[in-house]
Design a protein around this ligand. Structure first.
Ligand code: RIB
Ligand code: CA
Length: 313
């Protein structure tokens, strides 16, 4: 078995998802077994196409991309074109993909891969709603103990939500899937808004990325230029939070981050707080600590890693 980290990326591209995928494909530490796509930022036909566009931008057309769930488990799909644009990948003009979409359903690919690979070998990196992961766990409960870990961008606590006052988008879109995942017993590292809101795409950081002058860094800067404007207006900051690449950066350089083990429960009853991640940061409930929750990141170190790596493509 190679000493590369075997990962499956589950994603709803999305400009920040794109940066995460580029970081993973640029890093030889990983074996990206496959990319499964889910409805989220935009509907599934666009997220799966966008994932293929990003793999071709990275010069990795051999990457296997799968389409997964087209809607949440229970609730109607909520999308975020207001952030990501109609295509979900507004910014640079990326060509229609020539590489194929795999015929197998993304959920079946996740199940099959986890059954085939050694126990504890494969990590799931989730960048969108958790629908595919929950479906895989329900369809094949036997895979739960075989998953090395789930590293997810999702949730928020001290920062509140970004879709409602209580809920972050990935969890809000499919709270029932999130509840299933957090009850699964699979080791989870949760990267919430409390952490990603400290990774801002400041002009200095993105100018440094653009200055690399490669096709990928130029396109990456254009993706960010489009993506950040909504949050800059909303938060009045220099730059917006770059959420999803934190998932890949955590696997590459965990020392850039800090957090603690906590109990996390998901609200699925109240419409007012639907999708809220209730993080017991102070350990007052005595409930089992089912997630390692990150709250801080060395933002300069994070952007330095991201820029250096994607400039290699
Ligand atoms: O709330 C931010 C998350 O929702 C990111 O993953 C973004 O891409 C969207 O999926
Ligand atoms: Ca995403």
């Amino acid at each position: 078995m190679s000493d590369r980290r075997a990962i499956i990326i589950d994603t709803d591209p999305g400009q920040d998802d794109a940066l995460a995928i580029l970081l993973a494909l640029a890093s030889e530490e990983f074996e990206v077994i496959g990319i499964t796509t889910v409805a989220g930022n935009v509907p599934l036909p666009l997220t799966e196409k966008n994932a293929r566009k990003i793999c071709e931008l990275a010069g990795k057309p051999e990457t296997r991309v799968f389409a997964g769930a087209s809607r949440p488990l229970v609730r109607d799909l909520v999308t975020a074109e207001y952030v990501h644009g109609k295509s979900g990948l507004d910014g640079p003009d990326l060509p229609e993909p020539a590489m194929p979409l795999q015929a197998q359903h993304g959920v079946d690919f996740i199940v099959e891969t986890l059954r085939e690979r050694a126990s504890g070998e494969v990590a799931l990196c989730t960048l969108g709603p958790l629908t595919n992961i929950a479906l895989a766990l329900v369809k094949a409960p036997d895979i739960a103990p075989k998953i090395r870990e789930i590293v997810m961008m999702g949730g928020g606590f001290f920062e509140g939500g970004n879709t409602t006052p209580a809920a972050e988008f990935n969890i809000y879109v499919d709270p029932h899937a999130a509840a299933t995942v957090f009850k699964s017993g699979v080791p989870i590292t949760m990267i919430p808004l409390d952490c990603t809101h400290k990774a801002l795409t400041t002009h200095e950081r993105i100018d440094a990325m653009r200055a690399q002058g490669t096709k990928v860094t130029t396109a990456a800067a254009e993706l960010i230029d489009f993506f950040e404007r909504f949050d800059e207006d909303k938060y009045g900051t220099d730059g917006g939070p770059l959420h999803d690449p934190c998932v890949i950066a955590w696997l590459l350089k965990p020392d850039l981050f800090s957090g603690r083990d906590c109990n996390v429960e998901i609200e699925t009853g109240s419409e007012l707080t639907m999708g809220m991640t209730v993080v017991d940061w102070w350990g007052v409930t005595g409930r089992a600590k089912n997630a390692h929750v990150l709250r801080d990141v060395d933002a300069n170190g994070f952007f330095g890693l991201l820029t250096e790596r994607i400039a290699r493509l």
